[in-house]
Write a protein that binds this ligand. Structure first.
Ligand code: ADP
Ligand code: ZN
Ligand code: ZN
Length: 803
């Protein structure tokens, strides 16, 4: 009797273990670990994943078992390694096993999508004719009816056929509206003169087309440059502009050709860095390397040449890049070197595209996966290296279940495959640099920028002095001066606004009342485009009231300096400047991010204004000025990593200027110029920053001196929340060692979200072997989240967000 141990797709504590099912005779060969199946579960039929198969001699016991209903795959979608990894992940992050497994699969493979069988070769053989009937595709249901699944599986093993999920993309062939100008430059000048004075918007638009000779998507004209559809429409009616529909494709890289690049002769420094990595590769040895080198020091070239060796040995490579750095430029560097052997996985892709890329890996059609966080689960089975670029990025930590850090998963996979992992950064995380200091990681350094290009000169401007001198604007005199200079020289500027802490809120000028979300203890953010207020935590939105709810004053308006406000101020200061704004509002749509960047690269604007998302990956020769509008907003977040994040961000932003022949200048505006993270980022002095920050971390008992675990408790009743938090803290005090520090319970910095009150306990520990066991007990004992409105307890081990 063959029995399958199945993890069922019911994410709950009671079902977080394997269930045994009998494997029907016909399917004994088919049902192997890593295959997904349908199983009867109570009155329902649900999905499950086979994690183990056993032969059971005890017929009387297994006679009670139910049969597996049907298989969902022909070949396993999880390798034995990934099954093992999921079990480990669920232990380490305290998530349900099914959640860990699901996290490894592309969304298209969730149950709601149809699947079909596709025959890959020219002639469908006789034995499959009944199913395919002269076609190359057949439905899965039909195959089940005909009892042909075991036969299909044999064929699938040799890639003769495949199961394919049909993802019905809503706009499979999407068209975009493009606007083109029919008039010549000279004609335009004339037309502008001929328009009546009140047609100022139309004049502006024509002015725009004097510089812009190719067509531009209407969306960009509208969203990026602020031209209304009526302005555009009236010029189309005058037959000066013209509208066209152009198709956009499903695979964003399909129609791009990547220029082939050859390995560069390495510098001595690069040589010294790559040598120990290559020996680890050749000797099949797990080893963690920290590649510490300023931007432009040649780290990527080291990655590329390492991968080249790995491919020579017939092995595979994973490269993680933070989501926002996953720009066409980065993709081009990997595709340019390794061409068709590269799959790219990032969240900008549609569900169908992601699935296509995953399939290339699963079918072994590619050998390199480049992607954001979740690409760490790429189903390779012969890894030769794992690379994490910008390893300090907090986006490598997933902030929902499973709450894993890609770095930890990389280590685990590296150990399994006996291959090295490379963590690269210009500003390594304190944790990683400390490990390198202790010799846990091997430290490799690239100290020089390629071509010995100088780092840009950085000036720190004290905004308090500006205020004292009566300058109330967001722009210091120095920055205005330099902006003017760049506009005259036709060079480009990047203005960086640290969005956090800068959301525009709605406030009464008479009584100071700030509009809060009625469900969360947070101020609502004002969105000008829709002229409404939104809560960024629960999504609640409403219109701005005409009068203050507190004092009935009419002087209620939005405040703060969001990117939109700055854009307006720029417009007043430099009416002639073309500005591209990049923030969550202008880049929400798929591909918008890339479009805006390439417009800037083509010189269609003088100033790029944006949030965090422009801090990385920008590498354009004409950028010679970078302005950081307010460096210290992030310093004041309730987060022990605030200084580290500020230092990393400022260093990175500064690196955007003068990357090519023209020298660059950086202006950092701040209200706390004396703070070491601002001072030292100006000097790009990471080692000194590391020393200073380590002293603070030691004093306040934070990582890397202590490990952390954060427990969140939430409930609709504030008293009940507090009581349970209290009980949990008691439990911890009783069971954890005396050297462990338990902070709280306290109300979370965001004390209420979505009408649920939030409390937290922070555990700081050095050695606590039984911790995971105790945390698991807590989650099970205190949580009754299955019941509606119950208590919800979540645990975040090594948290990055402490709110
Ligand atoms: P990083 O990844 O550290 O930012 P890159 O690998 O992108 O650095 O290198 C910066 C620039 O220097 C790139 O344009 C790259 O092509 C070039 N470069 C890198 N290594 C070499 C080399 N050995 N010889 C010449 N140019 C190099
Ligand atoms: Zn008021
Ligand atoms: Zn809310």
């Amino acid at each position: 009797m063959n029995i399958a141990k199945v993890i069922v797709d019911v994410p709950a504590a009671q079902t977080d273990h394997t269930f045994s099912y009998r494997i029907p005779e016909d399917w004994t060969e088919l049902i192997v670990p890593g295959i997904r199946v349908v199983v009867p579960f109570g009155p329902r039929k649900i999905q499950g994943i086979v994690v183990e198969t056993v032969t059971d001699e005890n017929e009387s016991l297994s006679a009670k078992l139910k049969d597996i209903e049907e298989p969902l795959d022909l070949t396993p979608v999880f390798t034995p390694e990934l099954l093992q990894l999921a079990a480990w992940l669920s232990e380490e992050t305290l998530c349900f096993q099914v959640a860990a497994l699901q996290a490894m699969l592309p969304a298209a493979m969730k149950a709601k999508y149809q699947k079909k069988i596709v025959y890959n070769r020219d002639v469908v053989p006789h034995e499959l004719q009944e199913l395919f009937k002269n076609r190359k595709e057949a439905s899965w249901e039909r195959a089940l009816e005909l009892d042909m699944v075991p036969l299909l599986q044999k064929k699938a093993k040799t890639n003769e056929l495949d199961i394919v999920y049909e993802v019905k993309e809503k706009n499979k062939k999407k068209k975009v509206k493009m606007i083109r100008c029919k008039a010549s430059q000279d004609q335009l000048e004339e037309l502008i003169g001929a328009l009546p004075p009140q047609a100022s918007k139309q004049k502006e638009l024509l002015q725009f087309f004097i510089k812009k000779t190719e067509s531009i998507p209407f969306q960009d004209l509208n969203k990026t440059y602020g031209f209304s559809s009526s302005t555009v429409r009236s010029l189309i009616e005058k037959e000066i502009l013209e509208e066209q529909s152009v198709e956009v494709y499903r695979d964003p890289y399909e129609h791009k050709t990547f220029k082939r690049t050859e390995p560069l002769p390495l510098t001595n420094e690069q040589q010294a860095a790559i040598a120990p990595i290559l020996s680890a590769v050749e000797e099949n040895r797990f080893e963690s390397f920290l590649l510490y080198g300023v931007t432009g020091s040649g780290k990527t070239e080291v990655y590329l040449q390492t991968i080249q060796e790995v491919l020579k040995l017939g092995k595979e490579a994973i490269v993680l890049v933070p989501e926002i750095s996953l720009t066409p430029q980065i993709v081009a560097r990997f595709k340019g070197r390794f061409g068709e052997q590269v799959a790219v996985l990032h969240s900008g892709l549609s569900i169908g595209e992601k699935y296509d890329e995953w399939r290339k890996i699963h079918r072994k059609e590619v050998k390199v996966a480049v992607g954001a966080r979740s690409a760490i689960f790429a189903p390779f089975d012969n890894l030769g290296v794992i690379i994490i670029d910008e390893e300090h990025e907090s986006s490598y930590k997933q902030e929902e279940n499973p709450r894993y850090h890609a770095r930890d998963v990389a280590k685990k996979r590296g150990e399994y495959h006996h291959c090295p992992i490379i963590l690269g950064s210009a500003t390594p995380s304190l944790e990683s640099f400390a490990r390198a200091q202790k010799g846990v990681y091997t430290l490799l350094q690239l100290t020089k920028r390629m071509n010995n290009r100088d780092l840009p000169s950085v000036e720190i401007v004290d905004m308090r002095n500006e205020l004292r001198d009566g300058n109330r604007s967001m722009f210091s005199k120095k920055l205005v001066e330099l902006l003017q200079d760049r506009l005259e020289k036709r060079e480009q500027t990047v203005l960086f606004l640290n969005k956090r802490g800068y959301s525009s809120f709605v406030m009464c000028r008479d009584c100071g009342y700030v509009i809060q979300c009625p469900h969360c203890d947070l101020s609502m953010t004002y969105h000008r485009a829709s002229s409404e207020m939104k809560c960024h935590y629960c999504g609640y939105h409403s219109h701005v009231p005409a009068v203050c709810p507190e004092c009935s004053s009419k002087h209620i308006r939005y405040f703060g300096s969001g990117t939109q406000k700055i854009e307006e101020e720029l417009g007043r200061l430099f009416p002639e400047a073309k500005v591209i704004r990049m923030d969550v509002d202008t880049t929400g749509r798929k591909g918008a991010h890339e479009k805006l960047l390439s417009a800037f690269e083509r010189g269609e604007a003088d100033i790029l204004l944006g949030t965090q998302m422009i801090a990385k990956g920008l590498d354009f020769p004409n950028i010679t000025l970078v302005g950081v509008l307010s460096a210290d907003t992030m310093l004041h977040l309730p987060d022990f990593r605030a200084s580290e994040k500020t230092f990393q961000l400022l260093t990175q932003v500064s690196g955007r200027a003068g990357r090519h022949d023209k020298p660059g200048e950086v202006i950092i505006q701040t209200y706390t110029p004396e703070h070491y993270s601002i001072l030292l980022s100006g000097k790009q002095d990471y080692p000194e920053f590391y020393q200073r920050e380590m002293v603070a971390r030691k004093q306040f008992q934070y990582p890397p001196f202590y490990y952390l675990a954060l427990i969140h408790i939430s409930h609709e009743d504030v008293l009940k929340t507090a009581k349970i938090a209290e009980n949990i803290a008691h439990y911890l005090q009783k069971h954890l060692s005396s050297s462990t520090i338990i902070l709280g319970p306290v109300a979370s910095p965001i004390a209420r979200i979505n009408n649920r009150y939030r409390y937290q306990c922070l555990i700081k520990y050095k050695r606590e072997p039984e911790l995971m066991h105790h945390l698991k007990t807590i989650v099970q004992q205190f949580q009754d989240g299955t019941r509606k409105n119950g208590v919800y307890v979540s645990v975040d081990v090594q948290p990055y967000v402490l709110m």
